[in-house]
Design a protein around this ligand. Structure first.
Ligand SMILES: [Zn+2]
Length: 163
């Protein structure tokens, strides 16, 4: 595995790119650029044979069914993607870190035990030492570590609010 990210600043936010066609045809939100290899990996083979996947974007809007949209108004829904998409699936079973198979439920449990930061450092260490494969493992096509961090912080906030 090669490491697709090496710093904490690696997150799901897009920092560059401003071409047209960047908005999801369904929800109107800006999509994240994804590489062809991500779509090839995430869609089942009968959907991708002979297709080129240049210029596609990932829609991370929670209540939008579109997973990927691309040139000529082509798009793929979340049902066509092989794995549940973290941003679009509120269940505890869905993975937040696809490379190390870490589910939302496991993050919640760790935080409830007061081990949120321990988990954070463990994933960070594994990412740094073992490398990650988010390009082909994670539907969003880039590093999931930003999502892991965000989820841990969110769960810790919820605990604090509950008192
Ligand atoms: Zn959308």
């Amino acid at each position: 595995m090669s490491s697709c990210c090496s710093t904490d600043s690696c997150s799901m936010d897009e920092k560059t790119g401003q071409e047209n066609q960047a908005l999801c045809p369904q929800c109107g939100q800006k999509g994240l650029k994804v590489k062809g290899v991500t779509l090839q990996s995430m869609l089942s083979l009968d959907q991708v044979s002979g297709d080129s996947f240049a210029g596609y974007r990932f829609c991370k809007t929670e209540n939008c069914d579109i997973a990927y949209f691309g040139p000529e108004k082509r798009s793929f829904t979340k049902e066509q993607v092989k794995v549940p998409i973290f941003q679009k699936d509120p269940s505890d079973e869905v993975e937040v870190c696809y490379c190390f198979a870490l589910s939302r439920g496991e993050v919640k449990k760790s935080v409830a035990r007061g081990e949120g930061m321990k988990l954070y450092h463990e994933i960070k260490r594994r990412k740094d030492t073992e490398g990650c494969d988010c390009e082909v493992m994670n539907p969003q096509g880039n590093c999931c570590f930003g999502n892991v961090k965000q989820l841990i912080l969110l769960q810790e906030q919820k605990l604090t609010i509950k008192g």
